[in-house]
Unconditional design. Structure first.
Length: 276
C-alpha cells in the first residue's frame, strides 16, 4: 500500500514537470485558449514546436514556433494588463535544443556558461540575440506584448526570442502600439476574460543572413467573455512595411489568413466565438 502511494506521488511529480516543448496544446497548457480549443492545423508550419512558455516554474502563455523560419507562428494568452516596469533582459527556450535541457526559459549566457551549450548549437534551434543586432528599419516586435500582463514575472516571460519577430519599427512604435495600448482597452470594456492570439505570416525576406524570416503581415484576434450569455470578438491585421492597422471581424481575419497561408480554412477560436 505504501509503495503504491509512493508510485502515485512520483507519477504526479513527473506529470507536473513534463516538457515545456510539448506535443499538443489540446493536452498541454490549453488554459490560454477560449474553451481550451487552440487554432486548427491550417497554421502549422513544416517544422512546428509547441511551447508552453514557462518562467520560474509557472506557465504564462503558449507559442506555436516555426523552427525553420525561426519566428513564432502565434502566441496565445489571456489579456490582463497592469502597471509595471518593462523588462530589459532577453531569454531563449532551452528545450528547443533538446528535452534534456531546462524546462524554463533562460538567458543565453546561462546556457553557454552553465550548461556548456555552444552558440552554434543554440542558433540551430532558434533565433539568438546576434540575429537582431544592427537592424535597419526593423526591431524586435513582441507578439504577446509585455504591457498586456499585470506583474513583473508575467511581463518578463514575454521577453523570450520565441515570442518576437522582425517588425517594421514605425509600425511597432506607431499603429500597432496604438492598437495594443489604446484600442484593446476600449474593446475589452465589460469583458470578464479576454483570450488573445497574435500571429505573424511568413514573408519572402529574411534578416541575419537568411536565418530569421521577416513576416509579411502581423495579426491579432480576441475573443471576450462578457458574461455567460454574451461573447464578442474582433481582429486586426497589418502589413509589415506600413504603419497601418486594419480592424476586421474575426471571420474576415480567418478568411484573410486562409488566403495568406494557403493551407486550408483557418479557425482561430472555438465556434462559440462570433465570426461577424
Amino acid at each position: 500500500m505504501w509503495w503504491l502511494l509512493l508510485l502515485q506521488v512520483l507519477a504526479s511529480c513527473l506529470w507536473l514537470g513534463h516538457s515545456e516543448v510539448v506535443k499538443s496544446f489540446k493536452t498541454s497548457c490549453p488554459q490560454f485558449f477560449f474553451r481550451e480549443i487552440p487554432p486548427n492545423e491550417a497554421l502549422e508550419p513544416q517544422k512546428p514546436a509547441w511551447i508552453c512558455q514557462r518562467y520560474k516554474n509557472q506557465y504564462y502563455f503558449a507559442t506555436l514556433y516555426d523552427r525553420k523560419m525561426r519566428i513564432p507562428v502565434y502566441s496565445a494568452y489571456i489579456y490582463q494588463p497592469g502597471p509595471g516596469k518593462r523588462p530589459k533582459t532577453w531569454l531563449v527556450e532551452p528545450q528547443l535544443i533538446g528535452p534534456t535541457y531546462p524546462k524554463t526559459m533562460e538567458k543565453e549566457w546561462t546556457l553557454l556558461n552553465r550548461y556548456n551549450v555552444s552558440l552554434e548549437k543554440l542558433s540551430q534551434s532558434q533565433a539568438i540575440l546576434q540575429d537582431y543586432k544592427n537592424l535597419t528599419g526593423l526591431n524586435r516586435g513582441h507578439l504577446n506584448p509585455n504591457g498586456h500582463h499585470e506583474d513583473y514575472s508575467s511581463r518578463m516571460a514575454t521577453f523570450t526570442l520565441t515570442n518576437i519577430v522582425p517588425q517594421d519599427e514605425k509600425l511597432n512604435g506607431g499603429a500597432w502600439n496604438n492598437y495594443e495600448q489604446q484600442t484593446m482597452i476600449r474593446k475589452t470594456q465589460g469583458c470578464k476574460t479576454t483570450y488573445v492570439i497574435v500571429g505573424a505570416v511568413p514573408g519572402n525576406n529574411y534578416i541575419a543572413k537568411g536565418r530569421v524570416n521577416k513576416p509579411s503581415h502581423l495579426w491579432s484576434a480576441a475573443c471576450c467573455m462578457v458574461d455567460n450569455n454574451y461573447i464578442k470578438a474582433w481582429a486586426v491585421i497589418a502589413e509589415n512595411d506600413k504603419n497601418q492597422v486594419q480592424l476586421l471581424t474575426l471571420g474576415e481575419l480567418e478568411d484573410t489568413l486562409t488566403d495568406l497561408y494557403g493551407r486550408g480554412q483557418v479557425s482561430l477560436f472555438d465556434s462559440d466565438c462570433p465570426r461577424d
